[in-house]
Design a protein around this ligand. Sequence first.
Ligand SMILES: Nc1nc2c(ncn2[C@@H]2O[C@H](COP(=O)(O)OP(=O)(O)OP(=O)(O)O)[C@@H](O)[C@H]2O)c(=O)[nH]1
Ligand SMILES: [Zn+2]
Length: 203
Amino acid sequence: MPIPNTNEALNPTADATGLADLTGQWLSLIGEDPQREGLIKTPERVEKAWRFLTGGYRQTLAEVAGDAVFQAEGSEMVVVKDIEFYSMCEHHMLPFYGRAHIGYIPGNQILGLSKFARITDLYARRLQVQERLTTQIAEAVQELLQPQGVAVVLEGIHLCMAMRGVQKQNSTTTTSAMRGTFKSDQRTRAEFMSAIQTRLGQR
Ligand SMILES: Nc1nc2c(ncn2[C@@H]2O[C@H](COP(=O)(O)OP(=O)(O)OP(=O)(O)O)[C@@H](O)[C@H]2O)c(=O)[nH]1
Ligand SMILES: [Zn+2]
């Protein structure tokens, strides 16, 4: 199966309309009474929540980047780290969440800093596996900027592993995608790994 294109919205017309009806049925199937007071508005809320959580199907990378690709000289590493993300695993449709760290070495273009968080959200707000989310962020930065290299590291906690299944609450998963100089040059990669491990105020 090909990895979904990073650049195009996967399904611009799917906006979760109708999910409220299905949710009523779902509530009955799990043994609830959809008519009881506390649940009357739940189907609507669920539809609205899922519309938000899957907003990434209806956005393109170009929309997310806007006009924030700037011409610039310089070949020093830029690192934006600790970008929190929330996504839903495609196997169980349960949340996984954590932090994304993105680094790149510009060619002759740089990107507005906030856009790294927007790119992360674009792909996180789809059903995902952490590996693909990581790769898609790296490929998006590559596509937008044609930099000398891109590095993306994600640290995630999967609720499908914590609250069900193997029930391991303390396990975290780290995934990475390295492109260009981050892949070919061990020192560049080491500088990035060191940058994402250093906290503000620490040396
Ligand atoms: N590689 C990868 N696996 C994931 C991710 N999210 C969830 N999974 C795993 O997907 C797998 C699905 O395995 P299955 O055996 O088909 O499903 P299951 O019976 O519900 O598995 P258990 O979670 O072990 O109970 C599980 O091992 C999950 O831990 C992810 O982001 N990346
Ligand atoms: Zn899962």
